[in-house]
Ligand binder design. Structure first.
Ligand code: AHR
Length: 495
């Protein structure tokens, strides 16, 4: 059965905020330490302590925004522990993640340097669960105050005269859980109080982000919007794709077609969740001033055998690539409200884009999706109607394909596509309406692998890689036909 796509190229639906392609890096397992930070004295080539290979790979993604330091770690993080001479910084226990020693060598200066090297915006997550209002106020002053003040002087003593520009600040993380087990009414009041002291100094304007709900907790969104909506610019949402039950999530690489189907089916639930939270937000904020920020999303499997369960290290296959691509399409569809999202997490943790082993690294299938979709950053979302064929497994159906289209600043059109089926090719026909020119060149890129379980390792880094997508042709009537292999992601650039 054919999957039919109609694109009205002369009808735009708004901008796809590039921050939807944002990232999240927590002090968790080998994400920050080893994955990003190796220190200036490391044998691994580095730029002021940040490993060059990972830096280069991330720079190629044009990451727009990076969230740090957590996650659950954020509500136990005390920023003063991470400034000053590194050898004197406090050694603490990372109680949430593996009980390992955290030496605080990667702190505020190192994170903001990383953002400068990546050319991305910092999104700092403050501590409400175990931190004080004063601590949060002083952190903002330390980073952004330009002039004479106690915190600006301390910053200068630590080697940074100029303030940084910090655009995004989160007031707590998962305060319904690891961030303090609060009720929404209590957190809403705390949020109102803490955010008062997250000040705009000089030209630095902070976008204040309140901790939002986990997946289906609509009451949290209702209470936050009702009690504190007037004090926030963004409200978060977390949703992870967990194939099975929490205790036995399933392996990242050792899975059957039923797990493949079940995972993708669960990933598509993001659409329902976002829609329902948006409906509540619309009730209190019909002008859509407040952004919905999905600042944690991605797949969550059992850790790789033999690795520390607290480190959340997992491999990444085409299944993850399809979760990423289909999720981006959902975010595009909701881009009137979803203006930032941050995949969990950048390196070595959960649905990572980069994996490292000592001094070596590889990029994952998810990395390739981020790379292939770069043309959607800040592009105009095009009106698209899609009639997908069904993908049925054990009597349950989900759409076989998913598609999204945008027009970039250079006028070219980018169409991104997924074939979710684990074993069936997808035939697609595209009607391209409203184009000034009907013969513009079409270039395609495909992400596909020999097996569903194929994944990249430092020994075999090209098991899943991009290749030219050639099964595309323009018909005499102007329609375009494409055949996508089973379990693949593709992009077509027209013009
Ligand atoms: O991303 C891993 C953890 O998942 C984060 O620390 C927390 O916010 C969430 O529960």
């Amino acid at each position: 059965m054919t999957n039919r796509v109609v694109i009205n190229a002369d009808r735009t639906l708004g901008t796809i905020n590039r921050n939807i392609y944002g990232h999240f890096a927590e002090h968790l397992g080998r994400c920050i330490y080893e994955g990003i930070w190796v220190g200036e004295d490391s044998d691994i080539p580095n730029t002021r302590g940040i490993r060059n290979d990972v830096l280069k790979a991330l720079q190629a993604l044009s990451i727009p925004v990076l969230r740090w330091p957590g996650g659950c770690f954020a509500d136990e993080y005390h920023w003063r522990d991470g400034i000053g001479a590194r050898e004197t910084r406090k050694r603490m226990i990372n109680t949430h993640w593996g009980g390992v020693v955290e030496n605080n060598h990667f702190g505020t200066h190192e994170f903001l340097m990383l953002c400068e090297l990546l050319g991305c915006e910092p999104y700092i997550n403050g501590n409400v669960g175990s931190g004080t209002v004063q601590e949060m106020q002083e952190w903002v002053e330390y980073m952004t105050f330009d002039g004479e003040s106690p915190m600006a002087s301390l910053r200068a003593e630590n080697g940074r005269q100029e303030p940084w520009s910090v655009g995004y600040f989160g007031v707590g993380n998962e305060n319904w859980g690891c961030g303090g087990n609060m009720r929404p009414e209590y957190y809403a009041d705390l949020y109102r109080r803490y955010q008062t002291y997250v000040r705009n100094y000089g030209d630095n304007k902070i976008f204040r982000i309140a901790c939002g709900a986990n997946d289906f907790n609509y009451n949290w969104t209702e209470v936050l919007m009702r009690e504190a909506g007037g004090y926030m610019d963004g409200l978060t949402l977390h949703y992870y794709t967990v194939p099975n039950v929490w205790a036995e999530k399933g392996s990242a690489t050792d899975f059957e077609p039923k797990d493949w189907f079940g995972t993708l089916r669960k990933a598509l639930v993001m659409d329902e969740i976002v829609t329902k939270h948006k409906t509540i937000m619309d009730k209190y904020d019909p002008d859509k001033r407040i952004s919905l920020i999905v600042d944690e999303w991605g797949t969550w499997y059992d850790v790789e055998p033999g690795t520390n369960p607290g480190f959340l290290y997992q491999q990444n296959t085409m299944r993850d690539a399809l979760v990423a691509a289909a999720t981006f399409h959902i975010f595009h569809k909701h881009s009137d409200r979803v203006r930032m999202a941050n995949i969990a997490q950048t390196v070595n943790v959960l649905q990572a884009v980069v994996l490292t082993e000592g001094g070596q690294m590889t990029v994952t299938p998810t990395y390739h999706v981020f790379e292939m979709f770069k043309g959607h950053h800040d592009a105009e979302l095009l009106d698209l109607a899609h009639e997908p064929a069904p993908y049925t497994y054990d009597g349950v159906s989900i759409p076989q394909t998913s598609a999204s289209a945008s027009r970039g600043k250079d006028g070219s059109i980018l169409i991104s596509l997924c074939n979710l089926s684990h074993d069936q090719e997808a035939e697609l026909t595209f009607e391209l309406r409203g184009l000034a020119e009907n013969n513009a060149p079409i270039n395609g890129t495909l992400l596909h692998a020999e097996s569903l379980q194929a994944h990249n390792t430092v020994e075999q880094p090209e098991q899943v890689k991009q290749s030219p997508f050639t099964a595309v042709s323009r018909q005499a009537d102007g329609t375009v036909r494409a055949t996508l292999p089973a379990a693949s992601v593709a992009v077509l650039r027209i013009g």
